[in-house]
Write a protein that binds this ligand. Sequence first.
Ligand SMILES: Nc1nc2c(ncn2[C@@H]2O[C@H](COP(=O)(O)OP(=O)(O)OP(=O)(O)O)[C@@H](O)[C@H]2O)c(=O)[nH]1
Ligand SMILES: [Mg+2]
Length: 202
Amino acid sequence: MKEQSNNTTTILMVGNPNVGKSALFNRLTGANAVVSNYPGTTVDYTAGTLIEDHRTYEIIDVPGTYSLKPRDAAEMVAVRMLDEHRDATVLVVLDATKIERGLYLALEVFERGIPCIVALNMTDAAHDKQIAVDAAGLQRILGVPVIATTAISGEGVKHLADMIRKAQAADISAIRSRLNGQEQNRRSMAGCGGCSGCGGCR
Ligand SMILES: Nc1nc2c(ncn2[C@@H]2O[C@H](COP(=O)(O)OP(=O)(O)OP(=O)(O)O)[C@@H](O)[C@H]2O)c(=O)[nH]1
Ligand SMILES: [Mg+2]
């Protein structure tokens, strides 16, 4: 994570629309938020401050986007913000009930080589839908911190704030090989009758 000259680190909150970015932002920053209009557009964004463990973070609630290939003004602002804040850390917010959709964007962000941390939000909704939330497993695959949160109750938010300093750049080729390894393991388990020798049995 890169600290700027004024000892403040900028955190860009990036995620699909409706994943709970603003709810998490409010939990992280409290009451000191400022709404601004992004120059040359009708798009508003909110910025606020988090002080955690003697570190100051300027947190920006970036407009929701499905990808970094913008299709409307809000998505264009999201991409521009990433372009403009090259020293920033990105807090990628995923909806635990729709992880695949969010991961597409997460991987696009990871490709930029920026320090990242992931909030796996809406864990309450996932539990209600009996979707297993495996933040530790996702963290092993992505190689960046993944913290389970429920923004509406505040669960996990303190842990998230504490872990922001551990954000790190992801290694896309390492993610790919970990995913390939998992897939091979899954295939060998699917075809095995209990041989004791294959990846699934060992
Ligand atoms: N059940 C549940 N609902 C949540 C959670 N976080 C946010 N919500 C709800 O989800 C809806 C969307 O939350 P927002 O914080 O506005 O989502 P956003 O990502 O900022 O959305 P955009 O700004 O449109 O991109 C709101 O009704 C929130 O109250 C959560 O952890 N669990
Ligand atoms: Mg929002």
